[in-house]
Design a protein around this ligand. Structure first.
Ligand code: LMR
Length: 394
């Protein structure tokens, strides 16, 4: 049965973790996967999460099946966070608990394939490596719209807009709500307005991937684009991840929301999303989503979480500034200000695959071959080593 099975390539991001873990170099630094580590290089357990966990452990509950669409209080809290309380009251959004943001994307992709099997999916060029794979595996033909302008170190916005305006009605357009992965370059509010107008005029289906809310400019600021889509009266999808913002990576806590035209329509959409879930993994796990729901709905824990998220955001920004200053002090001549203009966990460094491989082989510094480095994993202790490596390969 398996004799002809070919060896698949390593995952371009998670495969790096495997390589990193196997590397005996004691000075190795992992800037590959998008994971926030603190000033001591440790994965944080947020205080708000630890407090919620303590509450749960003090009153242990039996572990029954959850409803197919997850914990109702969680779905409602996520919807309120992502869209605002008014939107929840309208009843026209169906939100289901998902296995991380990836799970949300996959539920949406499978539902869309049933709804509109002939549609093409467009992702940004470049995009998170898994977008293409995920939508391809759901049966779609996946193309790209221009996004990154290497020369300008920014967004090729005119080209992006032209591509959207040339897309056929029904085309699914995957957009990064904030903290674009991998480039770190986000659209301005004015540019988003133009994208929304194009989506509306062309009858496109927007699928917003929101995995980094709170890591750009703030929770409300980073969610503004989703509200703008809502206000435009569009029907669209949002996948939400709490992996990074709650530091709950392994608990796989996320959601998918589908914004429809009415409460009645949302009920029908929800019934279909439940079929997708039931036939994939039946129903979601309890623990992580209970933690997030507890934090989001307990005012003191919510305030603490917002403060801790702000702390992560501020520290990443400080590391961006320190990286630029130290690279310049190390003699790098080129303009590096783009690093501090980028938002979120990643910097598209401009290094090519050969340079990234040299960084890995010679210096034990792991980043993605595309040139993406996770600046959320920089700290005062590893910064000098990273600077030495980058300055050498430049
Ligand atoms: C990343 O881009 O590194 C993260 O989103 C983690 C992942 O699953 O790829």
């Amino acid at each position: 049965l398996f004799a002809a099975v070919e060896m698949a390539p390593r995952d371009p991001i998670l495969g790096l973790n495997e390589q990193f873990n196997a590397d005996p170099n004691p000075a190795k630094v992992n800037l590959g996967v998008g994971v926030y580590t603190d000033e001591n290089g440790k994965l944080p357990l947020l205080k708000a999460v630890a407090a919620a966990e303590k509450l749960l452990l003090e009153a242990p509950k039996a572990k029954g099946y959850l409803p197919i669409d997850g914990i109702a209080a969680y779905d409602k809290a996520v919807q309120a966070l992502v869209f605002g309380d008014d939107a929840v009251a309208s009843g026209r959004i169906a939100t289901v608990q998902a296995l991380g943001g990836t799970g949300g994307l996959k539920i949406g992709a499978d539902f869309l394939k049933r709804l509109n099997p002939g549609a093409t999916v467009l992702i940004s060029d470049p995009s998170w490596e898994n977008h293409r794979a995920l939508f391809t595996n759901a049966g779609f033909t996946v193309g790209t719209y221009p996004y990154f302008d290497a020369e300008a170190k920014g967004i090729a916005f005119d080209k992006m807009l032209a591509a959207l305006n040339a897309a056929a009605a029904g085309t699914v357009v995957v957009l990064h709500a904030c903290c674009h992965n991998p480039t770190g370059y986000d659209l301005t509010p004015a540019q988003w307005s133009e994208v929304i107008a194009a989506v509306k005029a062309r009858g496109l289906v927007a699928f917003l991937d929101s995995a980094y809310q709170g890591f750009g400019d703030g929770i409300a600021e980073d969610g503004a684009v989703i509200r703008a889509f809502l206000e435009a009266g569009l029907n669209f999808f949002v996948s939400t991840s709490f992996s990074k913002s709650f530091s709950l990576y392994g608990e796989r806590v996320g959601a998918l929301s589908a914004v429809s035209g009415s409460k009645e329509e949302a009920g029908r959409v929800l019934s279909q999303l439940k079929i997708v879930i039931r036939t994939n993994y039946s129903n979601p796990p309890t623990f992580g989503a209970t933690l997030v729901a507890t934090v989001l709905t307990t005012p003191a824990l919510r305030a603490q979480w917002e403060e801790e998220l702000a702390g992560m955001r501020v520290r990443i920004k400080a590391m961006r500034g320190a990286l630029v200053a130290k690279l310049q002090a190390a003699g790098v001549q080129q303009d590096l200000s783009f690093i501090t203009r980028q938002k979120g966990m990643f910097s598209y460094s401009g290094l090519n695959a050969a340079q990234m491989q040299r960084l890995r082989g010679e210096f034990g510094i792991y980043g993605v071959d595309s040139g993406r480095i996770c600046v959320a994993a920089l700290n005062e202790k590893n910064l000098d080593a990273v600077v030495r490596g980058i300055a050498a390969v430049l």
